[in-house]
Design a protein around this ligand. Structure first.
Ligand code: PEP
Ligand code: MG
Length: 673
C-alpha cells in the first residue's frame, strides 16, 4: 500500500459515477492507494465502516477501483462504495481534499476496515450453503417435539396511489425511523458479538445518501412512498446483483432485507409469521424474520442452511429458541404438520420419529423443562447480593407480549414502558380510551408495578400527525418532553389515560429528556385534577444529572437512561457505529454522572442498556444503584449475576473505575476483577 501525496489527481475520470449522489465540483487534490485485503472485498460491512470514517473526515473522499476502472464514487455512500466492486487484491485509489483524510482511509484499509477475517460469519456465495455438507448442527439448546410449520406472509402490494408529496415524504420518514428503531434494537442486543456488524451495515443502508436521495427524488416527482422506495431499492439491488464478485453480488440480500423491512412499515403489512404453534422449518431466516418470531408459537427452528454463528442463530439463543442449522433437505421436504423432534444442543433432527425416538425426546424435553423451571423459579424470587442487599430487577417493555415475557422471566416490575410504540406507524394519535386499554393490558399482564413513560418521540422519530420543524440536529432538538409540552392536548390525553389505569393498577409515570424543573412542573400541571400519580423523570441530559438536587423537589423518583445520557455526555450519537466505541456507558465520565445522581438521594433506577451489561451491573451496584430495568429475556441472567456479587467489592471496583480514562480501561478492570 502506498500514499502518493504529491500527485494531484487527473481532473477528469474516464468512468462517470452512476449515482444520484453529487460528487464535488472540484476534484479533491490529494490521492493515495491501497490494495483490498478483506477476503470478501469491500462488501457492505467494511464499506459501512469506510463510510463512517469518510463522514467523520468530511473531506470529500472519492474512490476509484484502479483494477476495474469503476468509479469515482463518493466515499460517503455505502451503496456507491459497494458498486465499485472492489474485491480482494484490487487496487483502489483514494482521492480527498486533504492528505490527512487520504492517510486515514489508507490506514483503515490496512486494518482491513476493522473486519475480523478469522471469523467469517457467512458462507461465500460460491460455496454450497451449509447444509448436509457439515450435517445438521445444534445452534441454540433445547429439546422439542412439535408439528412442522412454515412461515406465511401476506403479500406486499405496492400501490402507486398515495397522498401529496409532503404526506408521502412523511410516510417514508416514519417508516425509515421505525425500521431504524428495529435494527438499532437488534444491534444493541448483539452488541459486542461479530453479528452486530450485519446490523451496522443495515443501519448504514437506512442512512445512505444515495438510496434515500433516490427515494426522496421519486416521491417529489409524485410517486407514492411505497412505490418510490421499492424502485430505489430495486435499482440498488440490480447494481449489486450485477457485480462480478460473487460475494459482493450476494450482499444484494442485505439491500433486499432492509428494503422489505421499510416497505412493510410503509404498507403496514406484518412480517412473515407462523400460522400456528410448532417447529418452524425454513431455508434460512433474515435478521428481521428472526427478530420478529412470535415466541408464543415458535417451539423450535430447523434451518436448511445457516450456521451456528449466523444472525438467526445468535438471535435464537438470545430469545431462547431451540435451533438446528444445516439440516438441508430434511428442512425443505418435511411435510407441513409432520412431527419434528429436535435437540438444539446435539443437532439431532427427526421427522416422523419412531415411537422409541419419540419417547427418548419426550424424556429429554421433560428433563430440560425441569431445569428451566428451576432457573425461572430462581428468577421469580427477588435477587439479593451475597451480603444480603436486595436489587430490584425490572423489565423494559414496549407491548403486552413483552409484559407477558417479563412476567415469565421473573421481572420485579416494569421499570420502563416505551409508550411511543403505540403512537408510531399510524396516521393519527391513539385516543384516551385506546391508550388506557393498552396500558391496562400491559399492567395486567405483568401484574406488578409499571412505570409508564410519556411519549418519547420527535426529531429522529417523527409522527405524521404532530407538526415538527425539520431540524439539523434532531437529537438536540424538540424531542421527548420538549415535544410533548408543545402539544399539550396530546400529553393531557396521555396523562389522563395513565391516571385512569392507576385507579386499578400499580402505575407510576416517568418523563423523558427532562432538563429543567419547569418541564416537570408543566407536566404535573397537565395531570387530571386530584390525581396522585407518582411522577418521575428520566435522567438523560448530563446537566440534569449534575444539578439533580435542584430538581429533587419536583420529582418523586428518577431513572437513569444511560443510552441517551451516554450519547450526550460523550458526544457520540447512539446508533452511529462509527462512534460506538466512544458511546460506551461504562465511560468513567458517564459513571461519574451516575454517581452524582445516586448521591441526590432520590429513589433511583437505571433503565438503559448498561443495566443488562455484565460489566455494567457490578459498577452500577458499586455506585449505589439498587434498581435495574432490562430487556425481559435478560432478567434471569441479571438476577443470577446480582446473586454472585457483594456490594463492598462492587464499591471498591466502582471507585477505581471512576479514576480511569476510558470505557476500554473500565472493561479491562472489570474483566480482571
Ligand atoms: C435511555 O435513553 O437510556 C432509555 C432507556 O430510553 P430510550 O432507549 O428509549 O431512549
Ligand atoms: Mg432515552
Amino acid at each position: 500500500m502506498q500514499t502518493d501525496p504529491s500527485s494531484p489527481v487527473e481532473p477528469s475520470s474516464p468512468v462517470e459515477p452512476s449515482s444520484s449522489v453529487e460528487l464535488v465540483e472540484t476534484p479533491p487534490a490529494m490521492s493515495g492507494r491501497f490494495t483490498v485485503r478483506n477476503p470478501h472485498g469491500l462488501h457492505a460491512r467494511p464499506a459501512a465502516r469506510l463510510v463512517q470514517e469518510v463522514r467523520r473526515l468530511a473531506a470529500d473522499v472519492e474512490l476509484v477501483n484502479l483494477t476495474t476502472g469503476a468509479g469515482p464514487e463518493p466515499g460517503s455512500s455505502m451503496i456507491r462504495v459497494a458498486v465499485l466492486g472492489a474485491a480482494q487484491g484490487h487496487e483502489v485509489e483514494v482521492r480527498a481534499r486533504t492528505q490527512e483524510a487520504v492517510d486515514a482511509v489508507v490506514a483503515l484499509a490496512e486494518r482491513g476496515f476493522d473486519e475480523s477475517f478469522e471469523t467469517p460469519h457467512e458462507p461465500a456465495a460460491d460455496q454450497e450453503p451449509a447444509t448436509s455438507a457439515g450435517g445438521p448442527r445444534g445452534a441454540s439448546p433445547g429439546v422439542v417435539l412439535g408439528p412442522a410449520r412454515r412461515l406465511v406472509s401476506a403479500p406486499l402490494e405496492v400501490s402507486e396511489a398515495g397522498g401529496t408529496p409532503e404526506e408521502e415524504s412523511g410516510r417514508l420518514d416514519v417508516a425509515l425511523a421505525a425500521a431504524r428503531g428495529e435494527v438499532e434494537a437488534t444491534h444493541r442486543a448483539l452488541r459486542q458479538t461479530p453479528e452486530a456488524e450485519i446490523f451496522e451495515a443495515h443501519l448504514a443502508l437506512l442512512d445512505d445518501d444515495s438510496l434515500l436521495g433516490r427515494a426522496r427524488a421519486l416521491v417529489a416527482e409524485g410517486r407514492s412512498a411505497a412505490a418510490a422506495w421499492t424502485d430505489a431499492v430495486a435499482e440498488v439491488h440490480d447494481e449489486w446483483a450485477a457485480l462480478d464478485d460473487p460475494y459482493l453480488r450476494e450482499r444484494a440480500a442485505d439491500v433486499d432485507a432492509v428494503g422489505e423491512q421499510v416497505l412493510r412499515s410503509i404498507t403496514g403489512v406484518a412480517p412473515a409469521a407462523m400460522p400456528a404453534a410448532g417447529v418452524l422449518l425454513a431455508d434460512d431466516l433474515t435478521p428481521a424474520e428472526a427478530a420478529a418470531l412470535d415466541l408464543d408459537l415458535v417451539q423450535g427452528v430447523v434451518l436448511a442452511a445457516g450456521s451456528p454463528t449466523s444472525h438467526a442463530a445468535i438471535l435464537a439463543r438470545a430469545r431462547d429458541v431451540p435451533l438446528v442449522v444445516g439440516a438441508g433437505d430434511l428442512a425443505r421436504t418435511a411435510p407441513d404438520g409432520a412431527t419434528v423432534a429436535l435437540d438444539g444442543s446435539t443437532g439431532e433432527v427427526h421427522v416422523d420419529p419412531s415411537d422409541e425416538v419419540r419417547r427418548d425426546f419426550e424424556r429429554r424435553a421433560e428433563a430440560e423443562r425441569e431445569q428451566r423451571r428451576t432457573a425461572l423459579d430462581a428468577a421469580q424470587r427477588p435477587a439479593a447480593t451475597t451480603d444480603g442487599v436486595t436489587v430490584v430487577v425490572g423489565a423494559n417493555l414496549g407491548s403486552v407480549a413483552d409484559a407477558e415475557l417479563a412476567r415469565a422471566s421473573g421481572a420485579d416490575k416494569a421499570g420502563l414502558v416505551r409508550t411511543e410504540l403505540l403512537f408510531l406507524g399510524r396516521d393519527d394519535a391513539p385516543g384516551e380510551d385506546e391508550q388506557a386499554t393498552t396500558y391496562a393490558a400491559v399492567a395486567a399482564a405483568l401484574d406488578r408495578r409499571v412505570t409508564l413513560r410519556t411519549l418519547d418521540v420527535g426529531g429522529d422519530k417523527p409522527l405524521p400527525y404532530v407538526a415538527a420543524p425539520a431540524e439539523d440536529n434532531p437529537f438536540l432538538g424538540v424531542r421527548g418532553v420538549r415535544l410533548s409540552l408543545r402539544h399539550p392536548d396530546l400529553l393531557r390525553t396521555q396523562l389522563a389515560a395513565m391516571a385512569r389505569v392507576a385507579d386499578d393498577a400499580d402505575v407510576e409515570v416517568m418523563v423523558p429528556m427532562v432538563a429543567v424543573p419547569a418541564e416537570m412542573d408543566a407536566v404535573r400541571a397537565l395531570l387530571p385534577e386530584g390525581s396522585s400519580l407518582r411522577l418521575g423523570m428520566m435522567v438523560e441530559v448530563p446537566s440534569a444529572a449534575l444539578k439533580l438536587p435542584a430538581l429533587a423537589a419536583h420529582v418523586d423518583f428518577v431513572s437513569i437512561g444511560t443510552n441517551d445520557l451516554t450519547q450526550y455526555a460523550v458526544a457520540a450519537e447512539r446508533g452511529n457505529p462509527g462512534v460506538a466505541e466512544l458511546g460506551d456507558p461504562l465511560d468513567p465520565g458517564v459513571l461519574q454522572l451516575v454517581e452524582r445522581v445516586v448521591a441526590a438521594g432520590l429513589p433511583t433506577g437505571v433503565c438503559g442498556e448498561a443495566a443488562a451489561d455484565p460489566a455494567g451491573v457490578p459498577l452500577l451496584l458499586g455506585l449505589g444503584v439498587r434498581e435495574l430495568s432490562v430487556a425481559p429475556p435478560a432478567v434471569p441472567r441479571v438476577k443470577a449475576l446480582v446473586r454472585t456479587l457483594d456490594t463492598a467489592s462492587c464499591a471498591a471496583l466502582a471507585r477505581e473505575a471512576l479514576t480511569l480514562p476510558d470505557a476500554a480501561a473500565v472493561r479491562r478492570l472489570v474483566a480482571g476483577s
